[in-house]
Design a protein around this ligand. Structure first.
Ligand code: GLC
Length: 485
């Protein structure tokens, strides 16, 4: 029996193809595309940041204002990614800035106001656009007030009588903590009474607002869903996640193979596919291309890559203490990323002393990320925590073996060679200690040097793994249906 398609509004603070700072954007592009391919009516909304190039030309679908905040009008611009309609909520006062969230490593002082305005506008625009979703799917703290307002402000509103909400947790370390005074756009906060959102007499967190009021909650991997129920894994929100345990599931992200596929990747000097001679020739050419690009000697040597935000989440602080010891070995390392200026300075100093073995590129570059994925033999993700992680999945697609700490989605997606050699796709360590990272890097280098055939077999096997968005989208559909029932 055919089931009626659902209408879904997917709400996120960034969407790949328009604007991106991290993995959230990848999901906000790929999941709606996959739901659309399954025949659902899915539309996406995000803030209309000035940085989005396509914005200016996009037709205006609506010009309006919030009843409670009439002096700050907003426009809805209509764009598309593939077949999926995208509504960008444009409001110069909040979004005509140089960046999305912060400048010079300083968050914008009015982020609480900006994202609560955005959350309120997401719901306000729907009756005006006459789009009546069955499901509103929020993501992370920026959109936490969407389920909250749906449950409270719109409780008696006939238009939303059958609409349910979901919130996906991509990273619970970012909670959106604001004082009541910082949320003038929401009259609901002016009474200073909001038990579903408050964390003290004076402050709320937007993530808590979403988690406590959405009909269903999901984490971006099964292991992360479990970790969220612990104090350590949830960064202090275990009580809330435990309270929602019956409505909390984990769904592992997929990979957008239209963006991450070495046989079609225009960023690579040579394309290759999952066949031994093609893989070996392609990866050798890409390694050379990478070495040239970052100024390392063009040698046939093990290359380790890492592309990440420079934060402790990504485990840069496990790498730094052992980096010089690792660089005594015959190997090369390329790190690409931006973030914490202290970590960046430390990496740059070490790179300056070891320029024959270590290149640090302080940049956020999609093109270079693709080249690092293809040109490396190993890809480092020693994360302190990792809700899902996508680069390990991209690495596998490029025949590059991920070296991960077995947490969150890294644990759910990478099989360690010593634990299960036949089905292995990489290397893993458990204890959050620099010395453990050094051992696993040494273990991988020994493997590279002494077990060449076995390594090549494993690289090919990794390339054949598929983390399909289609399958993940079916799990989301089942979650939507369970919310509606
Ligand atoms: C966040 C998480 C990352 C996850 C991504 C997409 O960036 O840190 O682990 O893969 O969101 O869900």
């Amino acid at each position: 029996m055919a089931i009626n398609p659902l209408s879904i509004l997917f709400v996120a603070s960034e969407v790949e193809g328009l604007i991106k700072s991290g993995g959230l954007a990848d999901v906000a592009k790929a999941l709606p595309q996959a739901l659309d391919a399954l025949g659902q009516d899915v539309r996406v909304t995000l803030p209309g940041y000035r940085k989005i190039k396509a914005l200016e030309e996009a037709p205006i679908a609506l010009e309006t204002h919030l009843d409670h905040w009439p002096h700050t009008p907003y426009k809805v611009r209509q764009l598309a990614i593939g077949e999926v309609t995208v509504y960008a909520i444009e409001c110069d006062h909040y979004f005509a800035r140089n960046e999305m969230y912060s400048e010079y490593n300083q968050a914008y002082a009015d982020n609480g106001e900006r994202f609560s305005f955005f959350s309120a506008a997401c719901l306000d625009m729907l009756p005006k656009l006459q789009f009546q979703p069955d499901i509103i799917h929020a993501n992370d703290w920026h959109t936490g007030f969407v389920p909250y307002l749906l449950k409270h402000r719109y409780a008696e509103f006939p238009f939303f009588a059958h609409t349910k909400s979901i919130i996906s947790i991509h990273n619970a370390v970012f909670k959106g903590v604001f004082s009541f005074d910082e949320l003038p756009t929401l009259p609901e906060m002016q009474g200073r009474y909001a038990p579903d959102a408050a964390v003290s007499a004076t402050h709320v967190t937007m993530l808590k607002a979403g988690v406590m009021t959405a009909d269903k909650v999901n984490a971006v991997s099964p292991t992360y869903a479990e970790e969220l129920k612990t104090e350590l894994g949830s960064h202090g929100m275990a009580k809330e996640f435990r309270a929602r345990a019956h409505d909390l599931v984990g769904i592992l992200n997929g990979c957008d193979y239209s963006d991450w596929n070495p046989s079609t990747d225009d960023f690579l000097p040579e394309k290759y596919h999952a066949e031994m001679s093609s893989m070996l020739a392609g990866k050798a050419a890409c390694k050379q291309g990478l070495q040239q690009r970052v100024g390392l000697p063009e040698r046939d040597v093990a290359v380790y890559g890492m592309v990440c935000r420079l934060t402790s989440q990504k485990g840069v602080h496990y790498l730094l203490p052992i980096l010089e010891r690792f660089l005594k070995l015959d190997a090369q390392l390329v790190i690409v990323g931006t973030g914490d200026p202290i970590l960046a300075t430390q990496l740059a100093e070490i790179a300056a002393c070891h320029s024959d073995k270590f290149a640090f590129v302080e940049a956020y570059s999609n093109e270079l990320a693709h080249l690092v994925e293809a040109g490396s033999d190993f890809f480092l993700m020693p994360s302190e925590f990792e809700p899902c992680g996508l680069n390990q999945i991209y690495s596998m697609a490029y025949g590059t073996l991920p070296i991960v700490r077995a947490v969150g989605g890294l644990k759910d997606s990478v099989v360690d060679y010593d634990i299960a050699p036949e089905s292995a796709t990489g290397f893993a360590f458990i204890n959050p200690e620099p010395i453990e990272l050094l051992s696993v890097m040494q273990r991988s280098l020994l493997f590279y040097l002494q077990q060449k055939d076995e390594m090549e077999r494993m690289q090919l096997y990794a390339m054949q793994q598929k983390f399909c968005w289609k399958e993940a989208a079916k799990e989301y559909l089942a979650l939507y249906r369970s919310a509606l029932n």
